[in-house]
Design a protein around this ligand. Structure first.
Ligand SMILES: NC(=O)c1ccc[n+]([C@@H]2O[C@H](COP(=O)([O-])OP(=O)(O)OC[C@H]3O[C@@H](n4cnc5c(N)ncnc54)[C@H](O)[C@@H]3O)[C@@H](O)[C@H]2O)c1
Length: 363
């Protein structure tokens, strides 16, 4: 199994990547000297498809193990679900000497991470991502959170896990739309990294889509290494880490406007296209390069579940985004893959036009 170190300021921890490595979870918990009181929150679908993921824990090595099943959806990514976790922890006599383990996609990881960071002012935490999106992105870097009111991820914390275990064998049961969601975030990394990764992802798109094991493992490793580097430089998003939000200000607004009928990774793909159009409007990329860069999200056309949207509503939701300040939306834009601009402002007309261009690209 591969081991990638994330050297964040608040904590240094490894990300293990491999095929069929989940069976080593008990040994890893012991090796990392974590406590022997295990509380596992597992995504309902994952438990059904991979029942072995809860029986794999070696009971002889631990004092106690409790399992809580979570029904993952953006609508359940809320304070009620966090309360359910707290209540179950209290009912089963867990204290500060506990390790909370999240097995599931990005929603499970975000919500369980938030509960782990706040219960008893913070208990140990392990991430086992089971979606492509969570493997390449959300399980690493320590952002946790829940949706609140009509704003995505408004309440949350920065809380690094003790380790992350990415077992690619979980991915083989993913439905097609979840693979698309993962590729949405991978395309983001293609724009954030450099021309080489951009070209590699484009060439390997079909293999990635079919979860070719070598290409998938390599891509996960590349994205994790890239994200680790960014998090090491700026753990709490005061500067460089903002680049990871490329396309996300648009994406979060699409998710809220569509009442979460569009999935996060798919909204990211649309948001990236909006960001490309806005970068073009503001003169950061010329029309020839715009066409070239659109060639990657182009591979998604016909695969995004998006029928129509109210552009004015999307704009108003963006104004409420937690990154907006005094009525000004802050964008991450680019000049070329690997050359990003942060905190860019634009006029309402420019933003509206980029939303229209991005949406009509997929409809
Ligand atoms: N913390 C971060 O840095 C960060 C980064 C990116 C995204 N996110 C968050 O991640 C969330 C999206 O994550 P997601 O796309 O993984 O969603 P998700 O957790 O809802 O998982 C998507 C679906 O796949 C199912 N599933 C999970 N694993 C499976 C498997 N192995 N086989 C079959 N089905 C499986 C789930 O039950 C769910 O229905 C969003 O809320 C987003 O805000 C967080």
């Amino acid at each position: 199994m591969k081991k990638i170190k994330v050297k964040a300021l608040s904590k240094e921890y490894p990300v293990y990547i491999g095929n069929k490595i989940f069976s080593s979870i008990s040994n890893l918990i012991v090796e990392h000297s974590l406590t022997k009181n295990l509380f596992v929150v597992v995504d309902k679908n994952v438990l059904e498809l991979h029942p072995g993921c809860v029986s794999a824990f070696n009971k002889n090595k631990f004092n106690k193990i409790n399992i809580l099943v979570f029904d993952s959806s953006e609508k359940n990514k809320n304070s009620k679900s966090v309360e359910r976790i707290y209540n179950s922890l209290i009912k089963n006599n867990y204290g500060r000497d506990s390790v909370v383990i999240a097995i599931g996609g990005g929603i499970t990881g975000d919500i369980v991470g938030f509960a782990a960071s706040t219960f008893g002012r913070g208990v140990q935490f392990v991430q086992v991502p089971t979606t492509l999106l969570a493997a390449v992105d959300s399980s690493v870097g320590g952002k946790t959170g829940i949706n609140f009111g009509a704003t995505k991820n408004l309440i949350g914390s920065f809380y690094q896990p003790d380790f992350v275990l990415i077992d690619t064998s979980f991915l083989r049961t993913l439905p097609e739309e979840e693979i698309i969601c993962g590729i949405g975030e991978i395309i983001k990394y293609a724009f954030l990294s450099d021309q080489k990764l951009f070209d590699d992802i484009k060439i390997n798109f079909k293999k990635l889509f079919n979860l070719n094991s070598a290409v998938t493992a390599k891509t996960i490793e590349t994205c994790v290494r890239f994200k680790a580097g960014v998090v090491e430089a700026d753990e709490t998003e005061s500067g460089l880490r903002k680049i990871l939000n490329l396309g996300h200000t648009f994406a979060h607004a699409f998710e809220v406007e569509q009442n979460y009928e569009i999935k996060h990774g798919q909204a990211v793909a649309v948001g990236l296209v909006c960001a490309l159009f806005l970068s073009n409007q503001l003169g950061f990329i010329n029309s020839r390069n715009l066409d070239k860069y659109l060639g990657l999200p182009f591979l998604f056309q016909g695969k995004i579940n998006f029928e129509s949207c109210n552009v004015e509503n999307v704009f108003n939701i963006m104004l409420r985004d937690k990154k907006s300040r005094e009525g000004k939306i802050k964008f991450v834009l680019l000049t070329e893959p690997g050359k990003l601009l942060i905190d860019v402002e634009a006029t309402k007309e420019q933003v509206i036009r980029s939303i229209e261009d991005g949406v009509s690209y997929f409809i």
